[in-house]
Ligand binder design. Structure first.
Ligand code: IMP
Length: 191
């Protein structure tokens, strides 16, 4: 089985991606390859950060690898939090504070449309490839549900009445930004 590094230590992301790609590759996390330092994420775009993380691991650890970067883009906030999604509510990167800030910023707005965007950067055999997944939806009036992670309790995907946090993992994966980006990655890896 080929080995590939998923350049993250986020257990939620690893679980979601393994559910789609699990039996084709042996996945190594950053911890598995001894990468314990903070990987720089200093570009100001989502694809830029995804590429930066994959290039860092490929360059410093010589593994085929992929990384992903995700942002929540809210229409009435001109696409914010976008590349700042992880620490929108403060440097402690706390999901409750992040969600509270989005809800606060939207409290006087009628337009609650939003989307999640994931970009996966793959570096394999010295070549780089990008895969994007988007799910459109809207921001709920208040957090609902206990599943998922991050902003899932306030995101209602288009065509649904429930938040991502009220769905089971399989249903979220089938329509989510990450699920869609991973499906493209999977199709590419199967070629
Ligand atoms: P990053 O891609 O790890 O930098 O994550 C950016 C931010 O988006 C973090 O606050 C995550 O919790 C959040 N996030 C990433 N993926 C998801 C998701 O699938 N649902 C909800 N929030 C997410």
């Amino acid at each position: 089985m080929r080995r590939i590094v998923f350049a993250t230590n986020n257990a939620n992301k690893i679980r979601e991606v393994k559910a789609s790609l699990g039996d084709q590759y042996e996945f190594l996390s950053l911890a598995d390859i001894g990468c314990t330092e903070e990987i720089p994420e200093t570009t100001n775009t989502i694809p830029g950060n995804a590429k930066q993380k994959a290039q860092y691991v490929n360059h410093n650890y010589q593994y085929n690898c992929f990384s992903e970067d995700t942002g929540l883009e809210v229409g009435a906030l001109d696409g914010a939090p976008g590349v700042h999604t992880a620490y929108y509510g403060g440097p402690e990167r706390d999901a409750q504070k992040n969600m509270a800030k989005v809800l606060h910023e939207l409290s006087a707005k009628d337009d609650r449309s939003a989307q999640f965007r994931t970009v996966i950067a793959l570096i394999i055999d010295g070549e780089e490839h990008l895969f994007e997944g988007i799910v459109r939806g809207r921001i709920a009036d208040a957090p609902r549900g206990n599943g998922g992670f991050g902003y899932d309790p306030i995101f209602i995907p288009e065509g649904h009445a429930t938040t991502f946090a009220e769905m089971n993992a399989e249903d979220k994966n089938a329509i989510s930004h990450r699920g869609r980006a991973v499906a493209k990655l999977q199709a590419f890896l199967q070629q």
